[in-house]
Design a protein around this ligand. Structure first.
Ligand code: ZN
Length: 97
């Protein structure tokens, strides 16, 4: 078996920083429960829970949960099949050496 080369997780910093530095309310998400596709900005967000809970406007299932503590944050995207994030023209990721 040939060992495949890989980069350590530090290389994800740039791509993830780009992803999370954008306004995710402009992203499009697909509900894992009913399959509805729509903008994150269209979610019904409930802020009177221990965190923020974003529910699908079609079926009311939880799509996003975000809990912010003084020293960290928890982001639960189990209710989202995917997020499509509009970005500027793609830059190629570094190739393994
Ligand atoms: Zn739904």
């Amino acid at each position: 078996m040939t060992e495949m080369s890989y980069l350590d997780g530090n290389m994800l910093d740039g791509p993830l920083r780009e992803l999370f530095a954008v306004d995710l309310s402009a992203a499009t998400g697909r509900c894992a429960s009913c399959g509805a596709v729509g903008p994150v900005a269209g979610l019904h967000v409930y802020a009177h829970a221990p965190g923020l809970v974003g529910r699908c406007p079609s079926c009311a299932e939880v799509m996003v949960r975000l809990v912010r503590a003084p020293d960290g944050a928890w982001l639960d995207l189990r209710g989202v099949t995917y997020l499509q994030v509009p970005l500027p023209t793609a830059q190629p990721f570094p190739r393994p050496v």
